[in-house]
Design a protein around this ligand. Sequence first.
Ligand SMILES: NC(=O)c1ccc[n+]([C@@H]2O[C@H](COP(=O)([O-])OP(=O)(O)OC[C@H]3O[C@@H](n4cnc5c(N)ncnc54)[C@H](OP(=O)(O)O)[C@@H]3O)[C@@H](O)[C@H]2O)c1
Length: 270
Amino acid sequence: MTEKIAVLGAGMIGGAVTKILLKNGYQGNLIVTDAVAEKVEEMKELGASATTNNRHAAAEADLLFVCVKPSDVRQLLKEISKEIKGKIVVSTAATLPLTFLKRTVPEAKFVRVMPNLAILVQASYTAYCCEKDVTIKDKEKIEKILSLMGICEEVDEKYMDAITGLSGSGPGYLSIVVEAMMYAGLKLGLPRNIALKAAAQTVVGTGKLMIELNEHPAKIRDMVTTPGGTTIEAIHVLEGSKVRQALMEAIGEAAKKSQLIREKLVDAVT
Ligand SMILES: NC(=O)c1ccc[n+]([C@@H]2O[C@H](COP(=O)([O-])OP(=O)(O)OC[C@H]3O[C@@H](n4cnc5c(N)ncnc54)[C@H](OP(=O)(O)O)[C@@H]3O)[C@@H](O)[C@H]2O)c1
């Protein structure tokens, strides 16, 4: 039997989770909430059962996705604490550790996930980690649902800041790369729509090459670089730039910020 799922918070991530679940046969087994009445209406229009009543949704559900901002999570968990006893609660909140969630409602079973914006097109990289009360059977359920959203894998919680900096915020960095490639195309006289599509699809395809062929980026780079050809001219320029260093430093800074935000949020309640 399909478990009944509640999605609390129908913003960017919760809205995407809702759409994916609806697309995959959860209609009738899905209840969505949001603090904003218009968003509730939007979810109803999509075909979901929706309400502003978190406690009602939590009571109905076997498994919950909490998709509100990190600063709203504690209050929401307190509100539904009675209704989530013994249930799996998947938190998408950046930075908040499992210990913080468990301390808020000790009787619930928490899973912490870090998706990225590509969840909107079912192409997220989603890392997840679980606290000790989550069973192997629970994990199977979670993996089945997260797999609908793209690629998912279980990681040790100590990696979550790095994951947040790398793939959580990653669409932001790659947007800069794609935009720069698009502008290079414009400089060469390509029509804007062709330049954008060529750049974006090249990023999609390159990622697929690494994942589906299970190849290291250096191998892919080698495969496209013919002696005396065009690619080596571009690579020569890139290797003289600080593009690698810039990306490594940027991701390091994002991960550091994830840690700082957590310390601030967790310290505020301890
Ligand atoms: N966006 C990303 O790329 C991304 C990536 C990875 C992880 N995340 C995480 O995913 C979570 C959701 O992010 P988001 O970008 O989807 O945020 P969002 O667009 O702001 O969505 C959150 C929604 O929850 C609503 N809400 C707030 N308090 C609520 C409550 N008590 N009950 C029901 N609904 C409530 C908000 O309403 P109001 O607007 O009125 O507050 C808003 O509609 C965050 O914790 C974030 O850290 C986001």
